[in-house]
Write a new protein. Sequence first.
Length: 144
Amino acid sequence: MFASPLHNYRPTQAVRFKSVSPFLRYLNTSTLAFALVVALAVLTSIRGTGPEANCLALAKEARTEVVIDNYAFSPGILTVPIGATVTWTNHDSVPHVVASAGDQFKKSPVLKPGQRFSNVFVTAGAYSYFCSIHPRMTGKIIVK
């Protein structure tokens, strides 16, 4: 038959690799396991818990302003992501109160010129609102 290179192999013989770098000589299974755990921890902290967490984080940073001026809300209809903060700023010369139709969110105090009111929208839906002092002033926030 053919001679096999493994034919003369004896397990008691020590095998030496002369071409292996000094770094690889000290690399063993526990070192590799430790490196894997560290890499996994780093990737998990960078990635977060999923795309929903990233969207929520971005939405919390997204601050959207509704301007109150000339007895009107501008924009009249505003679409925001879940978790966004909407701020109403009174640029008018008279006071206004932002109130939601059906008490969907907390009513603002009386906003004198230059004052602001904010609300965080955490649930998807359509939120109609108006000025309780001037009921013909209306607007809508759409949360997606």
